[in-house]
Ligand binder design. Sequence first.
Ligand code: ME8
Length: 518
Amino acid sequence: MTQETRYITTPIYYVNDRPHIGHVYTSTLCDVYARAMRNAGHDVFFLTGTDEHGVKVEESAEKRGITPRALADENAAVFQSIMKMFSLTNDAFIRTTDPRHESQVQTLVSKLLASGDVYLGDFEGWYDQGQEEYHTENSARELDYKSLISGKPLVRATEKNYYFRLSAYQERLEKLFSDHPDFVRPSGRCNEVLGRLREGLQDVPISRTNFSWGIPMPDDDEHVIYVWIDALFNYISALDLGEEQSELGKYWPVNYHVVGKEILWFHAVIWPAILMALDLPLPQCIYAHSFWISEGRKMSKTLGNFIDLEEIEKYIDVYSMDAWRYYLVTQGPLGTTDADFAAEKFHDVYNAHLVNTVGNCASRVTAMIEKYFDGVVPSDNGEIFAETDWKTICGDAVTCSLNAMDTFLLQEAVESAMSIVRQVDLFINTTAPFKLAKDETKQVELGAILYQCIEALRIASILLHPVIPVKMDELHQTIGVEMPSQNSAATLTWGGIQPGTLIQKVALFPRVEFATTE
Ligand code: ME8
């Protein structure tokens, strides 16, 4: 059987900033998907990286008295280090200063020049200096002529520039959106893009002359390729699609470009139009999540509510890396509303979901097997109790969870896995094995109950592995389960644990005192 491919990307992050919760969030979402898809037996490529050109990097470097290259090297290394720090399993890390990327961008832009999709012309528009982004009259008016991000006034700017003929793709883009309602998700975001698209598209400038830290336009050194065009190409240059031959080309088209809501337009409109111009297949889905805010307000360094790496480390020290990942994935802004990061909520979710549900269930079940059967997994004997048909319960939850993962419904995927754990707890309460243990004639029944509990827990733990990998590895070691590095799909069928397996009691998520991490 040929393996199906899955390709997922994060945005490439600007190197003039330090990593914070937002970057870690998007990267963690992609990591959960990548891990789940590998577990499901797919051939996965998970890409992240850094966006290193542009006037902002040039200016920041100047302020510090170093070269843009030195600044890029320094901060790209910080972004690379977070991949390790958060156990993110990216398959590649692209840097836009990589000569392989630079030469492909030039090749691809040359193709656009040759096809007439890029041409030299004059441009006038409303420019957001901080974001390096032009706005049309309509969108500038909606923004009250101020930057959405910095609040600073947009400036009227005129330039001789190379343009991308975006207007020529109006109809094809509208058709794309009506033929593929899932092209942009969640659907609320899709409607926003469609609304703006229907206002009409203008050609967009794709070069700059006011700075030099960028990739030169082919055959015109006066112009540097606009950082956004340079950046978008990363998704295909990382696969060598701008080269004659590409071994990694099999991963295109991408399954998910995961981005924050603020950069959706580039991904949902400009990028597909460029791909159309290059005759390349289009992404399957652009997933635009919303923003983390902190303690009820927009994150800001001056308000002191900024969740940077130092702050994140405090949470990891107190609650564990897996607790951090779990909170981000299950409570994060995957939908169209922003999510509030609050210390108290973090603590409550940790207690309710991890200590009292996963941790408690695992320790209850393993402790009973240790106490009543000397740690030896008893036999099931095919018994069904009180209409709790575990084979069906687990089978249904596995199907739901795997489908949800594949369609990037990460919170639903986790919820299906957690539903198994909750049912194990309920099952223990209704069958009361601790009572049966007192009656010698009930040993077979007791064994069957505990087998079913540990087996259901094993299945849940494989489904939860992409989100809380460290703790689930710990659990697997104590219950003698080996997590295959690829394709654990086969291990999700009922009956994986062999009676007779020796297990140990496990404590996964210790109770911790609530203390603000100040
Ligand atoms: O925009 N909440 O890079 P960037 C959630 N280089 N996610 C957040 C967030 C928040 N408060 N803040 C940032 C760029 N993010 C360009 C991208 S791609 C071809 C070029 C996340 O360093 C979110 O994914 O500003 C957002 O889109 C990204 O970080 C922006 O990172």
